[in-house]
Design a binder for this molecule. Structure first.
Ligand code: FNR
Length: 180
């Protein structure tokens, strides 16, 4: 199974990107999780959205089309998703109701330094994904709270209860993707 992981943060030390790298620990050997780098995706411009698209956009569309499922980790910026993530989704959502995102089983998670772990951004993200006809894994929600203290210097999630939760999440999520 191929999972395309998308982080809504471009930061080198992004906690959301780190979270996506970490989940690879919790899937079977036959499942790959590749993190797509959104750094080169230009701002959405309908004039550029023709049959020939900017190369980084085409690469994103191809990667989504090729994946069995998507896993998105969003930061929370002012109670919503990052502009970087929304912009990428806007590109990938065209043509409306017939895009590569339509029907692509998707898991949503977030991490933030706050005690809510970006949960408000996840709610917005689920709304956005509804507009793109992207089915979202329903439960349980996973929000990594106080994310700046969650990883050790090797990037390993420290808290055993969180690791256990994430392992169960990934088991349920991959079973759901397989069933779609
Ligand atoms: C933030 N941050 C933030 N955190 C939060 O919990 N709720 C919020 O509304 C916001 N708003 C916000 C706005 C902007 C413009 C920035 C730059 C940051 C903090 C943010 O979630 C935190 O820095 C995360 O660590 C960002 O994710 P990455 O880059 O670590 O993946």
């Amino acid at each position: 199974m191929k999972i395309l992981a998308i982080s809504g943060s471009l930061r080198k030390d992004s906690l959301n990107t780190q979270l996506l790298r970490t989940v690879a620990e919790f899937v079977d050997q036959g499942t790959s999780i590749d993190v797509f780098d959104l750094a080169d995706i230009p701002l959405y411009n309908g004039d550029l959205d023709g049959d020939t698209k900017p190369a980084p956009v085409q690469a994103l569309l191809d990667a989504i089309a090729d994946a069995d499922g998507m896993l998105i980790a969003t930061p929370e910026y002012n109670y919503s998703v990052s502009g970087v993530l929304k912009n990428a989704i806007d590109w990938a959502s065209r043509p409306a109701f017939n895009s590569v995102m339509c029907g692509k089983p998707t898991g949503v998670m977030s991490s933030s330094m706050s005690t809510l772990g970006g949960a408000r951004a996840q709610v917005h993200l689920r709304d956005v994904l509804a507009a793109t006809l992207t089915p979202v894994y329903l439960a349980p929600d996973f929000a990594l709270v106080s994310a700046h203290t969650a990883f050790d210097e090797k990037g390993r999630l420290v808290d055993e209860a969180t690791r256990d939760f994430l392992q169960k999440y990934m088991r349920g999520y991959t079973q759901w993707v397989a069933s779609q």
